[in-house]
Write a protein that binds this ligand. Structure first.
Ligand SMILES: [Zn+2]
Ligand SMILES: [Zn+2]
Length: 71
């Protein structure tokens, strides 16, 4: 698989959309929320990975998207 940006051989994958990334294009790192749960005192808490690989192209949503049209 080659990098989505420059066609060099990829060494990683965007955590959010699955695009392949080479070492040069892996620089973008953003928090990746694995799950959100309600902790003590009803405060929602997020379990996150601090620097997940990110392609810089896709647009990860910070929260699950509502899709009322599916119902
Ligand atoms: Zn690249
Ligand atoms: Zn991506």
């Amino acid at each position: 698989m080659n990098c989505f940006h420059c066609d060099k051989s990829a060494s990683g994958i965007c955590r959010f959309c699955g695009r392949a990334l080479c070492k040069d294009h892996m620089k973008n790192r953003i928090p990746y929320i694995i799950t959100i749960f309600v902790g003590d005192k009803q405060v929602p808490k997020a379990v996150a990975v601090a620097d997940a690989l990110y392609c810089g192209v896709c647009k990860p949503q910070p929260e699950p998207i509502e899709m009322p049209e599916l119902y």
